[in-house]
Structure formats: C-alpha cells, structure tokens
Design a protein around this ligand. Sequence first.
Ligand SMILES: [Zn+2]
Length: 507
Amino acid sequence: MDSNYTVLARKYRSQDFASLIGQDVLVKTLTTAINTGRIAHAYIFTGIRGTGKTSTARILAKALNCLSTDGPTATPCGVCENCRAIAAGQHIDVMEIDAASHTGVDNMREILDAVQYRPTNGRYKIYIIDEVHMLSISAFNALLKTLEEPPAHVVFILATTDIRKVPVTILSRCQRFDLVRVPVETLKKHFAKIAENEKIELTDAANELLARAADGSVRDGLSLLDQAIAQTGGHVDEASVLNMLKRADRGVVMGLMETILSGDTALALERVDEIYNNGADLSMLLTDMMEWTHWATRMHPALHAGDCASAPYTADQRTKIRNINANITLNTLSRLWQVMVASVPEMQATGNQKQCFDMLVVRMMHIAEMPSVAEILKKQPTAAKPQPVPQSAPKKVAIASATDLASALQADKEILLYSYYTTNIEVLDFENGKIVYFDRGNDTDFAKKLTSWLNAKTGQIWTLQQDDSSKHAQTVTEKKNEELAADPMIADAMNLFEDAEIVNSTK
Ligand SMILES: [Zn+2]
C-alpha cells in the first residue's frame, strides 16, 4: 500500500447534510430548523460509535459559519475559507474538545472563560464537546452555568455514545438528536459505491458480511473494508471476509448450544470468551443461536413438523440435534427462544455487548434447568412421602426495592415478567405498596400483570404509576451490568445459579 493511502473513513467522511449516511430524520429536522432560522444554543448528538456524530457536528458548524450566504445555510458551500478550515478542524472560532482528556473543572472553566468574546472569523463561536459524558460533575456544573445564559454568538454541540451518563439538567438545555444505527442495506449501497470509486472488486456476499459486521457503524464498516482490501489486494470476496471476521461457523454455534443445555456454566462462559476473543460478532452469534433453536424446534420429535430439508445443517449436525432433542422438551426450546428474542434489543442498546451476552447465557442456562409446569405436576405424586415441606405454605414476602423485586420475580420463576421488568422498566420511585416507573417498551399489559403478581405475593395492595417520560434512570439490568463491570462475572453467575440449585432440589 502506498504511503499516501488515506483510510476510507476519513476519505469518505460526509461533508454536507446530503451525504450523511442513514440519518434521514436528523437531516430533515436540522435542515428545516436552519432554513427557518431557528438556531438552538445547544445541541446534543447521541448514538453508537461511527454513526456520524462528529461529522454532523462539523457540518452543522459549517452550516452556521459558511460565508457563501448572508446567514446560516443548510447547504454550506464547502469551499469558502470558513468551510475549509472547519473541515480540517482548524477554524479559530470552532473549538473541538475531547471531554475524555478535559474532564476537570479547571479545564472546563478555562475553555468557557473565552465564551464571552465575540467570534473572530465566523458568525458563531462553536464548542464541539465530544464524549461529553466523560466530564466530571464539577465540569458539568461549570458547563451548565454557561448553558443557562449563553451569549447570543455561542453554540454548543455536544456528542456522546452514552446519553444516560449526561445529567438531566444539561439535557434539558439541549436539542437532542439520536443518530441511529445505519441499516445493512444502506451500508451495502455506500460500500458498493466506494468500491466502485476505488476500483476495488467487492462481491455482493462479501459486502453483505461486511455490512452486517459493521453493526450499524459506517466507520467500523469502512475500517473492515480497509482491512479486507489490504489483505486481499483489492479482490474482496466472501471467503476472504469470513476468514478475516473469524465468524463462528455452524459447528461452533452447535457446540455452544450443546454446552448451554448441558448446564455447565463455567464451560459455557469459557466458550463464549473463546468465540468472542476469536473476533466473532456477538449479535451475529445470537442470530445464529436463534437459527439453531428454530431448527431444533422444528426437528423436535414432539412437534412432528415434517420437512426440515431446508435446515442449513450437515447430516452429522442433524444427528447431533436429534440427540440433543431427545433430552430436552419443546417447552425448554420455546423458553430459550423467548429469552433470546428479549435480548435482541438489549444487545443493541447496551454499551457492553459482551457483558450482555454473558448474562444472556446465564439466563438461558437458568431456564434450561427449570422444570416446566407439566414436569412439576408429573413429579408431584412422588413427593407424597411424609416429609417436612417448610416452603410449601404460601409465604408472604416483603419487597423493599427495585432490585428486590427483580430477585423475587426470578425466584418465583416469573421469567417473562422478570426479563421485561429488568430490561425495560426505569424505576423512578419505590416505596412499600407503590412504584412509580417509566416503561421503555410501553407494554400496556405490564402494570396489570405485575400488580396482580405483587398483590398475590405480598398480600397487600400495590399501586403502579406509569410516568410518561424517561428520567434516564437505569433499569435493573443496566445497574447490574454496571456492578458487573466492577465485580467478577463469575460471582454473579454463581449467585443466579444458587436459584437453579433450589429448583432442582424440589425433585
Ligand atoms: Zn462555505
């Protein structure tokens, strides 16, 4: 590769709103606002890495300071002195600050001290603060003071990958834009166009794999394409990309499912580590596991589903699935499917896919070990021996906190309610008999189901009050994930498994 090679992500960085990839809603709203002269004093862009937050910030800065018109324009020229300086990150009135390296209050005050002075070359003085969630509390307070009374010539553009860590006081002063994951089809079109431009051979299958692996991020996708071009000398086909991505093949997926169903937690988590360390995309792995579960269900002897000829497995793999199926019920497969489906949005929303995936595996194993209602009923007669059963009397439990509630639901095998509650519900206030919450999933049945369970379980009347706007509170899962970051994973896994032991001891 010659030394003048510019990485694709930089070479093809969007320079105007029209070329911003996959952010149609944002582009429409922002251009309308600029065209009608409604310029806010502060914007916040949020979204996963590589969706164009910084590019959008720079385009907006150009739009505000472009010299081709008398005022802000939604179509900055890109060639005037201001446009060129901003694109190069060298404009005197456009300050780009990386919050990760300026977290302290002194840093922030120093930067904000200059706010009062009028811009030198532009109409606006623009502060672009990247990864703003990294600021310290005191730095946030200093920023808030300026945001409360911003001089007319100042515009703040904040960007973050983790909006939940930005104080609500700051958010309430900003116009918020969510940059979405760029869809696979949009990425494919973008990559195909670039390949053509660069005179690179990129097969459709290879493009598809790259676009999926990019996981919604234009930048990640383009660095993969860079890498593929470097490794293949410009002939990018499916085999080379598969090899490069080290994507788990079907045999590996099968092995993982077998381990999960065998109940060996330590080994299952070890296998996940291995697959992850080999560079597999965990969302893709989840999709592959769901595919496996779907076919195992169709091939299950209890279902008599008939033709499974189109299942994507070899004869050996089919025999293996039949052997596994002999030891599990349809019910188990169906419950596994449900937890996996519930994890899809969780995997997309969470900042740490690996933690989320580990938790999913632990949850799946927990479910695989749980007897179904039918199995419990079948086992009932054998328990006729006279033995003390202290747990059998309906025991009223006390539930004192949001986390307590999660544990109680889990202990009571209310897995669906548990998983919905822990992933979608922001508990805003919890007192005995009353819960105020925000429901990210907006499930109209949730309150009804949880209330009747709570009433029955605790022997008292509960009131659930739904708040209609998010206060950016954490869900139980998010809280747990944060704790997990500090504590070793295994400890938590073992905790969950104590419950599984109790289930088995009822045999
Ligand atoms: Zn211009």
